[in-house]
Ligand binder design. Structure first.
Ligand code: PBG
Ligand code: ZN
Length: 331
């Protein structure tokens, strides 16, 4: 019988060997935890499609932020869930200096000064029609009329003390527009984390449940990217970097690992992957049904994102992974 040329099993025979030759490691430093801020006090509204994730009033957001900081997570990303009755066609609750996001930023920074607070910048959480841009007379997205509103939101959050702003609207030219307004208002050191390659994805469903941000008519296909395209993602990223983006986001993550790989390879800029709500919910649901080992699949999904080149991973699993990493030497 012919013997094998090489025995790969030698370096796999026990955990110590496996640990010694492991190529990729998740670290708590990679994680960003998304949170949803709503009105009131003592509010923790659970949402069926996202087990373990809540709409939180500011006092509760602060508790969660503290927990994340204690676990060593470097950053949180916050989204606003304002009262439905305050939403309008110009997204005005989104740039109210007394609104939930500026108040949440101040409260989190007061409680956890070293935790980075990233503020999502988009209109869909604040418009009565749920689109990410303002609408023109025929109901079409008015890209250019949206830019000053996004800039005003970003400035409001920077004024409140946000460590970074993260525009997720996919309007053309918004990174440059936001950069200019921040620079002209003493915020030249506030980074812009751009959702440069954001696809029009069915994986966002549970997010729209929890953020109450489902468009009331139509879809987002005229401004978010077509899932078939990668070259186009490269042009989006190229443009955002030219306009001054500091970190590039690829979103979703798991079904777009090729995009992530190419972005990191080609541009070499700090690159974040957003493991979105649907990716989280699928793993949770299968785990709850006993169909999959939830912790195993969670770890594997995050490792694959890291292997594909992500420097940072925005994930609803952040606290869970951080807890797991605390109890081990990495995975
Ligand atoms: C909207 C926004 C979306 C997400 C973050 N910001 C989705 C959308 O286009 O409706 C999705 C995040 C997730 O699914 O976890 N600007
Ligand atoms: Zn939006």
């Amino acid at each position: 019988m012919e013997l094998p040329d090489y025995r790969h099993h030698r370096l796999r025979q026990n955990e110590t060997w496996r640990r010694a030759v492991r190529e990729t490691r998740l670290s708590v430093d990679d994680l960003v935890y998304p949170m949803f801020v709503t009105d009131g006090t003592g509010v923790r509204n659970s949402i069926e499609s996202m087990p373990g994730i809540y709409q939180l009033s500011i006092d509760q957001v602060v508790e969660e932020a503290r927990e994340a900081a204690d676990l060593g997570i470097p950053a949180v990303l916050i989204f606003g869930v304002p009262d439905e009755s305050t939403k309008d066609d110009l997204a005005s609750p989104g740039y109210d200096p007394e609104g939930i996001i500026p108040m949440a930023i101040k409260a989190i920074k007061a409680a956890c000064p070293d935790l980075l607070v990233w503020a999502d910048v988009c209109l869909c959480e604040y418009t009565d029609h749920g689109h990410c841009g303002v609408l023109g007379t025929n109901g079409e997205i008015d890209n250019d009329a949206t830019l000053p509103i996004l800039s005003k939101m970003a400035l409001t959050y920077a004024n409140a003390g946000a460590d970074a702003v993260a525009p997720s609207d996919m309007m053309d030219g918004r990174v440059g527009a936001i950069r200019e307004v921040l620079d002209n208002n003493q915020h030249s050191l506030v980074p812009i984390i751009s959702y440069a390659a954001k696809y029009s994805s069915s994986y966002y469903g549970p997010f729209r449940d929890i953020a109450n941000s489902c468009p009331s008519h139509g879809d987002r296909k005229s401004y978010q990217m077509d899932p078939s395209n990668v070259d186009e993602a490269m042009r989006e990223v190229d443009q955002d970097i030219a306009e001054g983006a500091d970190i590039i986001i690829v979103k979703p993550a798991g079904s777009y690992l090729d995009v992530l790989w190419r972005v990191k390879e080609n541009f070499g800029v700090p690159t974040a992957a957003y493991q979105v709500s649907g990716e989280y919910s699928m793993i949770k649901a299968a785990g709850q049904n006993g169909w999959l080992d939830q912790e195993g699949v969670m770890t594997e999904s995050l490792l694959s994102i890291k292997r594909a080149g992500a420097d940072l991973i925005i994930t609803y699993f952040a606290k869970e992974v951080a807890r797991k990493l605390k109890g081990s030497s990495g995975s």
